[in-house]
Design a protein around this ligand. Structure first.
Ligand code: HEM
Length: 524
């Protein structure tokens, strides 16, 4: 009996073991099958919970660039609970910006939305929808149009003159100055004047207040973005950035209410000589026949974007431009010679000179290639689609590493080097002074070459590129025309890049300006 019982128990156990083994084999087979269905891009080995966070340094674009060298130009990266497809070359950027443009026209969430008071009306983060299309049209045909930019050329010049006066004074006194602070103030005042005809020194410090608010939000933006790594826990605002951002946004809201009211009062009285961006938007808001109703929140959200998107990016670009020229004295000399030859010493560089200054154009272009002001661009896909042969499920987060794309060694010779000459052809005679910028390169500035994407691309590309280009060329041209810049201690500048939303320099750009053409004597 006992023997029969042991034998039957053995059979039962064997049966159970075989069942388990079969179950395991079927389970593994199913997993493999499902993995085959979801064909995923390469990804570095990940750790539980934190994913690849341990592989990411303080500058994510540089970490992604290094990882791409090993895992390829299309990777899957898990930063805590947040998963992103990371693009690092021009061919795949083209698939996003061109082939699948409309599908990637949404932005992913950026921290907890509970703290965002303009959630559905902030142009840069709202989904691609009718309101976004309407606002984009207003940007491109009205407030950031080439016509509006040239209408305010005198305002750009006035702001420029303030900075020039300051540099001339430093030169006379032999003082060093923080060039970055001056350029930041200049771009902030400029954007404030274009938007609402106000500047720091003349209008109850509204633009200084806006500067402080924008600076605070830009600082918090990095932390808000980092909140994504907590997944659904982000709504608890574990880093506290959401609450701080909301306080700043409420301050901004109140300030804008006052500015809107002033504009409405002025409109009632009438007789304003020139319409600023606020006047244009208020007119559209009051227009009963407009395609869509533009609300006060829509106006505020758009302007917040212009303050955030336009100030740091442009002044950071200018700083890198000067810094690169100071570290490349031959390029600096060549640029000064070009400006002296084309413009001469009796007037300042003007917008109309830019087409005749190919080396200046090449310097600006190369600066934005090596130091894109926004090194990472975030998108979300609206439907399932295929990129680089992989199926990307709807609502996936995609990061375009502009920094890596612009420095791709397969596309650019000596990709990390600052070489403005790379865009130039000799238009005849073999002399350097007959250089011209390649026609293709002008197209590239408009986002048609996907290996060079400092302004992003497709319908969601930067709407301020025209204004940025106008400010960068003219300001850099005048600063180089009027001054020799001496570095403190006559050393090379440290080009280390800082952490943050825009890729600013870690070390302030401290220089001694030395007048070579006095702008106050020749201002035209
Ligand atoms: C050197 C200067 C600048 C650089 C390098 C730059 C770069 C960029 C980039 C890379 C994007 C993301 C584009 C994409 O998703 O494909 C962007 C978006 C944006 N930029 Fe700029 N930008 C600059 C200046 C400006 C200026 C002067 C303004 C306006 C005053 C501006 C306003 C915006 C806005 C509103 C967006 C959001 C567009 C959207 O989501 O549809 N930017 N910019």
């Amino acid at each position: 009996m006992a023997i029969v019982s042991i034998e039957s128990q053995f059979h039962n156990l064997l049966f159970l073991f075989i069942c388990l083994l079969c179950g395991l084999i079927i389970f593994q087979f199913l997993i493999k099958k499902s993995h085959k269905k979801i064909h995923l891009p390469p990804s570095p080995p990940a750790l539980p919970f934190i994913g690849h966070l341990h592989l990411l340094g303080s500058l994510w674009h540089q970490s992604f660039q290094k990882l791409a060298l090993r895992y390829g130009p299309f990777m899957l990266i898990h930063a805590g609970a947040s998963t992103s497809y990371v693009v690092s070359n021009g061919a795949i950027a083209k698939e996003v910006f061109k082939t699948n443009d409309i599908n990637f026209a949404n932005r992913p969430e950026f921290g907890s939305s509970e703290y965002q008071i303009y959630n559905d009306t902030m142009f840069s983060i709202m989904d691609y929808n009718k309101l976004w299309i309407f606002l984009k049209k207003i940007c491109m045909t009205e407030i950031l149009s080439a016509q509006q930019i040239s209408k305010f050329a005198d305002v750009r010049k006035e702001e420029m003159m303030k900075v020039l006066e300051f540099f001339v004074k430093c030169s006379e006194q032999g003082d060093a100055c923080d060039v970055g602070i001056q350029l930041m103030d200049m771009t902030n005042n400029l954007i404030c004047r274009l938007i609402m005809s106000t500047r720091t020194s003349t209008n109850v410090n509204e633009s200084a207040e806006i500067r402080e608010i924008a600076k605070g939000i830009v600082l918090l933006a990095g932390q808000l973005g980092l909140g994504e790594i907590f997944g659904p826990l982000k709504k608890y605002d574990l880093l506290g950035a959401g609450r701080k951002a909301k306080a700043l946004l409420l301050k901004f809201d109140k300030l804008m209410d006052g500015i809107i009211k002033k504009h409405e009062d002025e409109r009632r009285v009438g007789g304003k000589e020139r319409r600023d961006m606020m006047d244009i938007l208020l007119e559209i808001a009051d227009d009963e026949n407009a395609e869509m109703k533009l609300t006060r929140n829509g106006i505020k959200g758009l302007f917040l974007d212009l303050f955030l998107g336009g100030t740091d990016t442009t002044s950071v670009g200018l700083q890198w431009g000067i810094a690169e020229l100071l570290n490349h004295p031959k390029a600096l000399k060549k640029l000064q010679e070009e400006i002296d030859r084309v413009v001469g010493p009796n007037r300042l560089v003007d917008d109309s000179d830019i087409p005749n200054l190919p080396y200046l154009q090449a310097v600006v272009k190369e600066t934005l290639r090596v130091h894109p002001s926004l090194p990472l661009v975030f998108r979300k896909c609206r439907e399932d689609c295929v990129v680089n042969g992989y199926t990307i499920p709807k609502n996936s987060r995609l990061v375009l590493n502009i920094y890596a794309i612009n420095r791709d060694p397969n596309e650019w010779r000596d990709a990390d080097e600052f070489i403005p000459e790379r865009y130039l052809v000799n238009s005849g005679g073999g002399e350097e002074n007959q250089l011209a910028i390649e026609p293709d390169e002008l197209e590239a500035m408009k986002g048609q070459n996907f290996c060079y994407v400092p302004f992003g691309g497709g319908r969601r590309g930067c709407p301020g590129a025209g204004l940025a280009a106008a400010v960068l060329h003219r300001t850099l041209g005048i600063l180089i025309q009027c001054f020799d810049w001496k570095i403190k201690g006559d050393e090379k500048l440290d080009m280390e890049q800082g952490v943050g939303f825009s890729s600013a320099m870690v070390h302030p750009l401290i220089c001694y300006p030395v007048v070579r053409v006095n702008p106050l004597e020749i201002a035209n």
